[in-house]
Design a protein around this ligand. Structure first.
Ligand code: CTP
Ligand code: MG
Length: 225
């Protein structure tokens, strides 16, 4: 039987956050930001291992207490210069079985719920390709010119915003990332193989903490739960 593993890239620096501490370690409800995503993944009974991919020179991870997360958590110090490289390095270091499922989840999405995670697992576990959590685009989309004026309006029908986790078979994902190393998510690499990952309906609470105001939103949301 195929196992399910999570892999959390957390080797970035968080340049858009503009803080001297890497984004994944900024305090959120009294814990480092990545604690929240790792905690949800570790608490899911269907997931066997939770790999967290750290920068090779990361000195902060071990300064926190992760014991509340149990023994599923495995740090891998093999992050690369891009997110795609961190994911590929992590997958190679994890040495998974070809048919095992991997759920790649941004360390910077702390508000993932057990409900959305389980929905993804249930909807995709018999899928031939795999897929991702995503939400249909809600706002009207504008194309900008060089002067930051609207040059056209994009029809939003059929457009979705990609989130994570993104769930694929381990061997397929390694093969896909080895062939396309300039992608910003796993699904793009799978698409480049000519496959069509499934879109599993999520909601806007599973947002990525990118800018300082996102941290405040995440704090409010997690406190309310
Ligand atoms: N990530 C990674 N390795 C990299 C770059 C990013 O593992 N070389 C991880 C980040 O740590 C984060 C996730 O990928 O958990 C999503 O990336 P993003 O939100 O863009 O984080 P950063 O790259 O750290 O932020 P920024 O782009 O603002 O610098
Ligand atoms: Mg980035």
């Amino acid at each position: 039987m195929s196992l399910f593993h999570a892999l959390v890239p957390a080797a970035g620096f968080g340049a858009r956050m503009g803080h001297e501490l890497p984004k994944q370690y900024l305090p959120l409800t009294g814990k480092p930001l990545i604690f929240h995503a790792l905690s949800t993944l570790c608490a899911c009974p269907k997931i066997s291992t939770v790999f967290v991919v750290l920068a090779p020179d990361d000195t902060l991870f071990h300064s926190f207490d992760w014991s509340a997360l149990g023994d599923k958590l495995q740090p891998l110090y093999c992050g690369g210069v891009t997110r795609a490289e961190s994911v590929l390095n992590g997958l190679l270091a994890a040495e998974l079985e070809a048919d095992d499922w991997v759920l790649v989840h941004d360390g910077a999405r702390p508000c993932l719920t057990q409900l959305l995670l389980d929905k993804l697992l249930v909807e995709l576990c018999n899928d031939d390709t795999g897929g991702i959590l995503a939400v249909p685009v809600a706002d009207t989309l504008k194309c900008a010119d060089q002067q930051q004026r609207i040059s056209s309006t994009q029809d939003r029908a059929g457009l979705w915003q990609a989130q994570t986790p993104q769930m694929f078979r381990a061997r397929l994902l390694v093969q896909a990332l080895q062939q396309s190393n300039r992608v910003t998510d796993e699904a793009s690499a799978i698409e480049a193989l000519g496959l069509k990952p499934r879109l599993v309906l999520s909601d806007s609470t599973n947002f990525k903490v990118t800018y300082p105001q996102d941290l405040l939103l995440a704090e409010v949301l997690l406190q309310r739960r």
